[in-house]
Design a protein around this ligand. Structure first.
Ligand SMILES: [Zn+2]
Length: 130
């Protein structure tokens, strides 16, 4: 039982997963701070100090807080856009140079039209001098 558990824990992907979760959590805090502390005040400024979160309809006893919903949608769009640009940037950094097209290593014999090595001076099929 213990051995099985140890084998499970020591599998590389469990540790990778744990690192991913921790990094993801820390990264989420950065994005949340970016949205709440930098982007939202700027957007509020651009919109003339409008804060969606206070908007609500009163219907009898019920309060329809559509402002909170709008705020959440805007937050989501900003976070999605931020992650899109970050992932795009990372992909750009990781983009490897295109591999050079492989040199041809074979050619066609002009006499028998067999495929032969490019360095051949005599065809191995029809023995013609090339
Ligand atoms: Zn040939």
């Amino acid at each position: 039982m213990w051995k099985e558990f140890k084998a499970f824990i020591m599998r590389g992907n469990v540790i990778d997963l744990a690192v991913g979760v921790i990094i993801g959590g820390a990264f989420g805090k950065i994005v949340a701070s970016l949205v709440n502390d930098i982007l939202m005040p700027l957007i509020g400024l651009l919109m003339g100090g409008v804060n969606f979160s206070g908007l609500a309809w009163q219907i009898g006893e019920a309060s329809i807080n559509y402002g909170m919903f709008l705020q959440t949608v805007v937050d989501f769009l900003i976070i999605a856009a931020a992650i899109f640009f970050i992932v795009k940037g990372i992909n750009q950094l990781q983009k490897k140079p295109e591999p050079a097209p492989a040199e041809p290593t074979t050619k066609e014999c002009p006499y028998c039209f067999s495929t032969i090595p490019i360095k051949a001076t005599r065809c191995p099929h029809c023995t013609s001098q090339l």
